[in-house]
Design a protein around this ligand. Structure first.
Ligand SMILES: *Cc1c(COP(=O)(O)O)cnc(C)c1O
Length: 387
């Protein structure tokens, strides 16, 4: 049996292991010095004022929405071509969720669809409080245009950059929040760097940082300036918000600190693999990922689209043929509005046709920094055979 090639996987070095073991030998497994060290490392890399590590990107999105005041009666808009977490965070806060269809070239939120939807929403008095653009596959959304619309219509922006640490938009690092209120990263093992489970929220706004910091730890503060009355003593803290336990451990942060040292190397390797795929796929009836000139992707995914009209087999058959060859192809994403939970909220198939059409044609090929050339060639020859 041929070795299974996953669609994504972590890259763990001996230095990563040592970094984690050092924490296990230390006094602090959680709430110690390594979490702030990891936060500083990411904030410095991105050029952002504040970074709050949490136990997942999902928690970070949730805390970000709450920090921006999202609640009942509000609307949150995101892309249908994303993981369910980008939308669920709105529902956690009691808000209503809607979607903006995707651009057929980038598979990111379409600026023209967003513009049209905002015009209608303004007339109906249903403008969104928060829009969450998702940097699909690591390619930045067109943030300048989204920022201009936010200024005109008064919504807040959370970038779901779960795929995109190490990527750039207009030569500046994704995560610098130049065009947004908050940016969120994920450190799940399939993402660009990992802490096993983990996420981070970045912002340049001190008030948002302070709120998210409280929300990740029960809504508790130890800052006397925020107390409603004088301190009872050195042990004293106050709960001033309803928060959660969204904290990252120092064990995880140690892995993050160590992984950050190889972030650029990871992204370079991903670019090299994507370039090889681009070359090897050129004569096949598939569409390779298109790169917007303003973006320098972290290349989290390599999604191809099948030219189904030129093919005898359907997508399912091609997918199955690849899986039968132990190629761990995957699919990103099932449009969120077609999930049963969202259908029960009133969404229907047909609501976001570009995302649905993309879903019918898409297959994600394996891509991760340690993917060897011989595996890449196995992926291509299996794909050729299937097509
Ligand atoms: C992975 C992912 C998330 C959730 O990340 P977790 O860290 O697993 O919570 C959210 N949004 C997108 C786009 C993702 O890919």
């Amino acid at each position: 049996m041929a070795e299974f090639i996953p669609y994504g996987r972590q890259d763990i070095s001996e230095a990563d292991i040592k970094s984690v073991v050092d924490v296990l030998h230390s006094d602090w497994l959680t709430q110690g010095p390594v979490v702030p060290r990891f936060e500083q490392s990411v904030a410095q890399y991105c050029g952002t004022e504040y970074a709050l590590a949490m136990n997942s990107a999902t928690s970070s999105l949730h805390a970000a929405c709450l920090a921006l005041g999202l609640g009942q009666g509000d609307w949150l808009w995101t892309s249908p071509n994303t993981f369910v977490a980008s939308a669920n965070c709105g529902l956690y806060c009691g808000a209503q969720v809607d979607f903006v269809d995707i651009d057929p070239r980038t598979y990111n939120m379409s600026i023209s669809s967003l513009e049209e939807k905002l015009l209608v929403a303004e007339r109906q008095g249903k403008l969104p409080k928060i829009v969450i653009p998702v940097h699909f596959a690591g390619q930045s959304c067109e943030m300048k245009s989204i920022r201009a619309l936010a200024d005109r219509y008064g919504f807040k922006i959370i970038e779901d950059a779960s795929h995109a640490i190490g990527g750039k938009y207009l030569t500046a690092p994704i995560g610098n929040c130049q065009y947004s209120d908050i940016t969120v990263f994920s450190f799940h093992p399939v993402k660009i760097i990992t802490t096993a489970e983990g996420g981070m929220a970045l912002t340049n706004n001190a008030e948002l940082a302070s709120r998210m910091s409280r929300l990740r730890s029960h809504g508790i503060t130890r800052d006397p300036a925020l107390f409603t009355h004088g301190s009872d003593g050195p042990w004293y803290y106050q709960q001033i918000d309803l928060g959660f336990n969204f904290r990252m451990t120092d064990i995880q942060a140690a892995l993050g600190v160590s992984q950050m040292l190889r972030l650029d190397e990871f992204v370079t390797k991903r670019h090299a693999i994507a370039k090889r795929y681009d070359e090897l796929l050129v004569d096949l009836p598939v569409i390779s990922p298109w790169q917007h000139p303003d973006s320098n992707s972290s290349v989290h995914l390599y999604p191809i689209r099948l030219e189904l009209k030129q093919l005898k087999l359907n997508r399912r058959q091609i997918f199955d043929a690849l899986r039968a060859q132990e190629i761990g192809v995957n699919l990103h994403y099932i449009p969120v509005h077609t999930q049963p939970y969202y259908q029960a909220l009133g969404f229907k198939t047909g609501d976001f046709p570009m995302a649905e059409q993309y879903y019918e044609q898409a297959i994600s090929l394996p891509i991760y920094p340690s993917l060897p050339e011989r595996h890449l060639e196995r992926v291509i020859s299996a794909l050729k055979a299937a097509l």
